[in-house]
Design a protein around this ligand. Sequence first.
Ligand code: APR
Ligand code: PHB
Length: 393
Amino acid sequence: MGVTRTQVGIIGAGPAGLLLAQLLDKAGISSVVLERRDRAYVEGRIRAGVLEQGTVDLLHQAGVGARLDREGLIHKGIYFSVQDRRTQIDLEDLTGGKHVVVYGQTEVTKDLIAARFSAGGDLRFDCEGVAIHDVETDRPRLTYQSGEERHEVQCDFIAGCDGFHGPSREALPASVLNVYERVYPFGWLGILAEAPPVVDELIYSRHPRGFALYSMRSMSVVRHYIQCVPDTDLEDWPDDRIWEELRLRLAPEDQHLLKTGRVFEKSVTPMRSFVAEPMRFGRLFLAGDAAHIVPPTGAKGLNLAAGDVHYLSRALISFYANNDVAGLDGYSQTALARVWKAQRFSWWMTSMLHNFGPSQDFDARVCEAELAYVLSSRAAMTSLAENYVGLPF
Ligand code: APR
Ligand code: PHB
């Protein structure tokens, strides 16, 4: 059995785990990151791509801001396309100068992994059967298998950054864990393609055929989505059909702006809202998707993970610097307060922009009225913009 001693044991090398490891490293706190998958898999995973300023700032603090600054696209606004009209929501004007940065989560992950290795940090891929032990003592442990060998990581604290399907949340006893969930009756069919963006900013479209989102990764790669049934079979969606559907869900005067190109990734994302409470049990702390999932309509998934990591890293730093446990004791409550606000925003954007089908005609009318209100009232638009650019940590 290989035994390692560290201060913080981190499960999962997604953005949450990797960012936490880097922030702790900058403060001189040791950690070991255990990841179930291999490096190529983690670096190839396609996810969303809108970063709030707070997330950008944290990535800078973690020492991974250089490529983001060079390649990230600053977006000062977004568009809503509703009832044949495209309206700009001027984020900068409405929020006193704030914007978002479009930079793929895949790139964030690659930058964090590169930084971890170049700092000589301990990051282990292909860890099978990671198990959590003794979180109610002050000597918690992680065990796992790598090939033939068993390993143990002895730590002061464990950070469960292992996503929605990881083992951390399950380590909370049923008597302690509360789960809140909403599953939506649709998914998003997403593509990555070699094509120029439709316009300079993202377009969120509410259309009788269903929601569509026109996003981008660069000036030559687009990321587009269409609302689809949750059990969509990709076989039924050849590229031509997707492009045609994307075209039809744009306002008529914008349809000629959609440029097609080689599709090199295609997948269906289910849509759910999910929160697990509390986010701490003994010396185990949950962060990111391990504790909460948002539907992607508000672009909040990665940003929420970053918020958790901000609170958790500060709490750990304060503990090691001053033996101060207030941050650790308050972590769950502080993180959840922000999580629930982002849940509300993501649910609201999702409800307002999607087509819930003919059985929901009353709700559909209310959503149309809500959108008409948002797009005609500076007060309502300001609220949307304030949430979209990210509430403060
Ligand atoms: N052992 C070790 N690692 C695990 C285990 C396990 N048993 N189970 C899962 N993992 C790893 C996953 O392989 C993944 O690399 O934990 C990592 C979790 O990463 P993410 O799913 O990316 O979650 P998180 O870091 O919280 O990032 C949140 O990513 O999922 C998106 O929409 C989400 O944008 C949000 C962001
Ligand atoms: C993306 O570019 O993948 C993206 C952008 C905005 C969203 C969701 C996903 O709301």
